[in-house]
Design a protein around this ligand. Structure first.
Ligand SMILES: [Zn+2]
Length: 344
């Protein structure tokens, strides 16, 4: 009968392969779904570790026309991305001790010569090792250390003798931008480093690659749910780290962005490789934010304030601030790039 759906007239021989194929297809789809569900990595829990605070001159940070009489608060961060055992990552280490970094900043005349030394770096929450203790973790629990870049307020050296704090993490692989590292190597003459990376630290990284505990790579996965994106705006080795979290993708912007409020007004930092790269990096970050990522500027006191206030909801609460900053950056007709001594 027309319009009547029946298997009548279809032989058992014809019917069975079709049915079996349908069952097989359903089973395959189910298996794929199950595999995807089980192989999808657990999102990272991300925690900002306040490892130092200081006051820097506005001219030092942003260049002309700003004056050093005005001070900009800087918080220095490490970040813990905790994806469970085997997936624990530190992004930057901050300063571990204060003397080395404060002496260096004084040499650069970053601090005013005032009684009580109000500008110098302090550590009201101590350093990355005390943070780990408070979080019931040991240095041996850390599997990876990723550097946003190799400036001294990020790498954890306490003197100029060796690799510094990275040497205290016995199971960690260290990740550094290869493009930045090649730039550093290119400046080496007759076995002497001639770059902004502390020489003993550079020696340690060079030997570490031979020992398989340091990886130089760009635009690559660190482990599932985390990848690095080369920026090269603030320094040749600057990279952003994208981390999948319960609040969605988060991009740790490194020093390409100091503060949300500066980014929102299109004010770029004084220290850059070339103006073109600084602008390109900032635009790339703004695009990532417009696509839904939450940006984290690496010296904004707001990050730890928000974490103290909101706990694990800190990223959700920063999302609208990040979006607004990216929109502001895109809208700022003239990006204010200062005249600057380019990064060496
Ligand atoms: Zn920095």
């Amino acid at each position: 009968m027309l319009g009547m759906h029946t298997n009548k007239g279809i032989s058992r021989r014809e019917f069975l392969p079709g049915a079996l194929a349908a069952v097989a297809a359903a089973k395959s789809a189910w298996t794929q779904t199950l595999t995807a569900a089980t192989s999808r990595p657990r999102p990272f829990r991300l925690i900002p570790l306040n490892t130092g605070e200081c006051l820097l001159g506005k001219n030092h940070v942003l260049g002309d026309p700003y004056s050093d009489d005005e001070r900009v608060p800087f918080t220095i961060y490490a970040f813990l991305a905790d994806g469970g055992p085997g997936r624990r990552v530190l992004i930057d280490l901050g300063p571990v001790g204060l003397k080395y970094i404060n002496d260096m900043f004084r040499r650069y005349r970053f601090f005013r010569d005032l009684p009580g030394d109000p500008d110098a770096i302090r550590q009201p929450h101590s350093n990355v090792f005390d943070w780990l203790k408070r979080l019931s973790l040991e240095p041996a629990d850390i599997n990876h250390i990723v550097f946003t870049h190799l400036h001294a307020d990020h790498h954890g050296l306490t003197d100029a003798r060796d690799g510094g704090a990275v040497m205290r993490f016995p199971r960690a692989t260290v990740h550094v931008s290869r493009i930045g590292w090649q730039d550093n190597l290119g400046k080496r003459r007759d076995g002497q480093w001639n770059s902004y990376v502390d020489y003993a630290f550079a020696d340690y990284l060079l030997a570490g690659e031979q020992r398989g505990i340091v990886r130089f790579h760009d635009n690559d996965e660190v482990l599932s749910g985390m990848d690095v994106i080369h920026m090269g705006g603030h320094s040749p080795c600057s990279q952003a780290i994208r981390v999948q979290t319960d609040a969605g993708p988060v991009v740790i912007a490194g020093d390409e962005i100091y503060h949300y409020s500066l980014f929102e007004r299109g004010i770029l930092s004084r220290l850059y490789t070339t103006p073109e790269q600084q602008l390109a990096a900032s635009n790339k970050l703004a695009d990532l934010a417009m696509d839904g990522a939450i940006l984290l500027p690496c010296h904004d006191p707001l990050l730890s304030k928000q974490y103290e206030q909101s706990g694990d909801a800190w990223l959700r609460d920063l999302a609208p601030i990040s979006r607004r900053a990216a929109r502001g950056f895109k809208a700022s007709a003239k990006k204010k790039l200062p005249r600057s001594a380019a990064e060496g």
